[in-house]
Design a protein around this ligand. Structure first.
Ligand SMILES: Cc1cc2nc3c(=O)[nH]c(=O)nc-3n(C[C@H](O)[C@H](O)[C@H](O)COP(=O)(O)OP(=O)(O)OC[C@H]3O[C@@H](n4cnc5c(N)ncnc54)[C@H](O)[C@@H]3O)c2cc1C
Length: 460
């Protein structure tokens, strides 16, 4: 790692992580260490008394002597996996069930690198199956219903799981209806691949088949949506890959927004690396996608323009995944309101909602945010069960975007919580004037952070 790599921002992230560590330390102190012998002195009930008056040692004893609690987590992606692993570490005696139908999947992070041929499929394909070896029960099924009052989860095979604490982390779903002609039946013709799976494979094949002179249209939605820099990283890496295969190509980003995260950094990279090849049309210039003819490959913009695309990736507006809405955890926005102090649902207090499904602005919907929220939530649940003080809420996010295999840009922030709102404590982003060595160091850091996220959520 380059020693000159953004020292101020490294300090910022380190500060955020250590603040987070101290926030969870109380819960760790209150939970029994693996193999520790049980003490019978001073068992304290986990309910009734004010948690912040209970000493950690007594709380640890309380957890050991309390009836074994069952925590059920629905969704084994970044948030659910990290929550299960962190809970098991804080409170090894807990009975934890993780409900996730997919054994493994191409992760959102680094999926654009796979698309561009920079990463191999195995390097960016992960899942929660290995968590069984850590003492977490992994149920390879979908939850078909959640009763948020009874804390009961119905599985696809009809079995019902009953929980003492319930965590819901199901990610996102497309919200069709806003773009004329784009719906469940046509989205595969203009594949976004935002959920991995078969559609991502389709997108990969279509991208690999492009010929010289190709036009690619990327439709970027209004906020909030999964991975705010995702469409712009995709344009950067597609351009890098196409420039190796052909002389002429055009990438148009049709945007429902007038600004986007790291915009000046992305645009500088595009001007330097692919002048004239990537065009961004802002909402103010009529860039919003209003309709498509998916079979004809036509994309219609608010300014009346009709773009003929050899490949269109229209990222639709989004909402929390269907199970969250069915469980009455969403509000009119389609997302799940929570108290970010512990990510408890504002609609059903016995349920915690994590990751992209939760409303946690100004935190972006990222895997890094999801893991940070999961650790806070796990610490809060462990502390509550132990009768220990609730952890001080500290959250952190870093989003790296590759603009080439050997160049990345990033944004980071540390967050606090006040009055049920997340607020920014400190933030920073890559310097515009940085040289190639700094961008290369950031690309290395991007892969290191990715490995950290995968480890936090899926172990191995
Ligand atoms: C192109 C792209 C690039 C990205 N790049 C980055 C990046 O560089 N860095 C970063 O931090 N983030 C990045 N992200 C964002 C990241 O992928 C998400 O923010 C992250 O996956 C959110 O985690 P989650 O646990 O909320 O959702 P997910 O990881 O999607 O997990 C949700 C899980 O719930 C499961 N589920 C859904 N319904 C049910 C049900 N009924 N029963 C049981 N299980 C269910 C799903 O199968 C899924 O596995 C990127 C995303 C995309 C699309």
């Amino acid at each position: 790692m380059n020693p000159r790599f953004l020292p101020a921002r490294r300090r910022l992230i380190a500060a955020g992580l250590s603040a987070f560590a101290s926030a969870t330390a109380t819960a760790e102190a209150a939970s029994p260490a693996p193999g520790a012998s049980a003490s019978s002195s001073g068992a304290t009930p986990a309910t009734g008394a004010r948690a912040d008056r209970i000493a950690p040692a007594r709380a640890a004893s309380a957890l050991r002597h309390a009836p074994a609690a069952h925590v059920v987590i629905v969704g084994g992606g970044f948030a659910g996996g990290a929550c299960a692993r962190w809970l098991k570490r804080l409170a090894p005696a807990l009975d934890i069930t993780l409900v996730e139908p997919r054994a493994s999947f191409v992760t959102g992070p680094m999926s654009n690198a796979l698309l561009a041929g920079i990463a191999r499929p195995a390097a960016v394909t992960h899942g929660p199956a290995a968590l069984a070896a850590e003492g977490i029960r992994v149920v390879a099924q979908a939850a078909t219903a959640i009763d948020p009052a009874a804390l009961a989860v119905t599985l696809a095979d009809g079995r019902v799981l009953r929980a003492d604490r319930l965590v819901v982390a199901p990610g996102i779903a497309p919200r069709f209806g806003g773009i004329d002609g784009l719906d469940e039946t046509t989205t595969d013709l203009m594949p976004h691949g935002w959920l991995g799976g078969a559609q991502f494979e389709l997108l990969r094949r279509r991208f690999a088949d492009l010929r010289d002179g190709a036009t690619v249209v990327i439709g970027a939605p209004q906020n909030p949506y999964r991975c705010p820099p995702g469409p712009y990283e995709r344009a950067s890496l597609m351009a890098w890959a196409l420039a190796r295969r052909m002389r002429q190509f055009r990438i148009v980003i049709a945007d429902a927004k007038d600004d986007f995260t790291k915009r000046r950094l992305f645009q500088l990279a595009w001007d330097e690396r692919h002048p004239g090849h990537i065009e961004w049309i802002a909402r103010a210039a009529g860039g919003e996608v209003t309709g498509v003819d998916a079979r004809a490959g036509e994309v219609r913009l608010a300014n009346g323009e009709r773009l003929r695309a050899d490949l269109a990736c229209i990222v639709p507006p989004q909402r929390a995944a269907a199970i969250a809405a069915a469980a009455d955890l969403t509000d009119a926005s389609g997302w799940c309101p929570v108290d970010p102090a512990d990510f408890r649902s504002q609609r059903h207090a016995g349920v915690h909602v994590l990751g992209d499904a939760a409303i946690a602005q100004p935190m972006p919907k990222s895997a890094f945010s999801a893991v940070s929220q999961a650790r806070l939530c796990a610490a809060a649940i462990a502390a509550e069960l132990a009768g220990a003080p609730a952890p001080e809420p500290r959250l952190v996010n870093t989003c790296y975007s590759l603009v080439a295999p050997d160049a990345a840009i990033s944004v980071s922030a540390v967050y606090g919580v006040a009055n049920r709102q997340v607020n920014v404590v400190s933030e920073g982003q890559s310097e515009l004037a940085a040289g190639a060595d700094v961008r290369a160091a950031e690309a290395q850091a991007a892969w290191a952070v990715y490995a950290g996220l995968v480890g936090a959520s899926f172990g191995g």
